[in-house]
Write a protein that binds this ligand. Structure first.
Ligand code: PMV
Length: 312
């Protein structure tokens, strides 16, 4: 039985450790944040997004999800607290909330794993390569780790694409304080993923860096399990340096990261890089916010331990 009107919402996320390397099956950790993406879907006469026609070139994720769901004549309204292309998972939150609303409008029973999978397929297709990290975090909320030691959390599902396989776990959210600094520069995940792919293809050194990001992520995971804030901060800063060598940082991110380090256990870019946001682990959040502002960034103290997809 089709329903007429559904509202779904999903959280954004930040990647604590492992971005880019996770695309190649390395471990990673992401935490859902208190900024959400809301999607209202109503049965209409034509497909429309916020009162405008849906253009596959401008709205590739939405077009992909509608096409694969087989649902037509829907009116979609979106509202987001997550700045787009900021490295904070706005496209993953769009994909999970839209998938939830579309499945609900078809009258299906919702299994969160299916939403994580729908959203992952959309990102994989549109970005031409992705990991299921952002989309699983947005679907399940709380804390998500991929390819982590089994003792770290509760296994939820496995995703596979070509030669890569990711075991996805829900993990206890570390009770630590994080500050995000947004550069205000739009980051293009697909282009950055492609840049790393090309770099890896032509240069063995890039594969070594990806492997090292994986090793540092394991070190950081161990620190999370032991509640070792100093060790986790150290792993974050190391990860930033490796991501920088991989070519996905930029001057603005480096500036915010180094400025924050004065008042933090560690800091790094978060998400695809090339602009977007950085994250600092600190017990002096006000000082970090001030320094981020002074260096041209937009700071906010993030709340974690938030729920995944919700439906009304
Ligand atoms: O910038 P975001 O929020 O799209 O995060 C991208 C994370 C990557 O590891 C670079 C890609 C991925 O799909 O995991």
């Amino acid at each position: 039985m089709f329903r007429k009107d559904i509202v779904a919402s999903s959280p954004g996320k930040f990647i604590l450790l492992g971005e880019h390397a996770v695309v190649y099956g390395k471990p990673a950790v992401a935490l859902a944040i208190n900024k959400r993406f809301l999607c209202r879907v109503q049965l209409g006469e034509i497909d429309a997004l916020n009162g405008m026609p849906i253009n596959p070139k401008i709205h590739p994720h939405i077009s992909y999800i509608l096409k694969t769901s087989g649902v037509t004549n829907v009116t979609i309204h979106t509202q987001s607290e997550i700045p787009s292309s900021s490295g904070l998972g706005s496209s993953a939150a769009l994909c999970t909330s839209l998938s939830a609303a579309i499945r609900a409008i078809k009258g299906e029973n919702i299994d969160v794993k299916d939403l994580a999978n729908d959203a992952f397929n959309a990102e994989y297709e549109v970005q031409r390569g992705a990991s299921p990290l952002d989309t699983s975090c947005s679907a399940f909320g709380k804390g998500i780790a991929l390819n982590c030691p089994k003792s770290m959390g509760k296994y939820i599902w496995t995703a596979e694409k070509e030669r890569n396989k990711w075991d996805i776990f829900e993990i206890p959210v570390p009770k630590m304080t994080f500050v995000v600094g947004y550069t205000g520069i739009k980051a293009h995940t697909g282009q950055l993923v492609e840049r790393v792919r090309k770099y890896k293809k032509h240069n063995k050194f890039a594969t070594d860096i990806v492997n090292e990001i994986g090793d540092v992520t394991f070190e950081g995971m161990d620190c999370i399990s032991k509640y070792d804030v100093t060790g986790l901060g150290r792993a974050m800063t190391k990860s930033h340096k490796l991501l920088s060598i991989l070519g996905v940082s930029c001057r603005e991110l480096d500036k915010l990261v180094s400025a924050s380090l004065k008042y933090s256990y560690g800091a790094k870019l978060t998400g695809s890089g090339g602009g977007g946001s950085m994250i600092a682990l600190t017990d002096k959040p006000d000082k970090v916010c001030e320094t981020i502002r002074l260096h041209g960034g937009m700071p906010f103290i993030i709340k974690t331990d938030v729920p995944g997809v919700t439906l009304e």
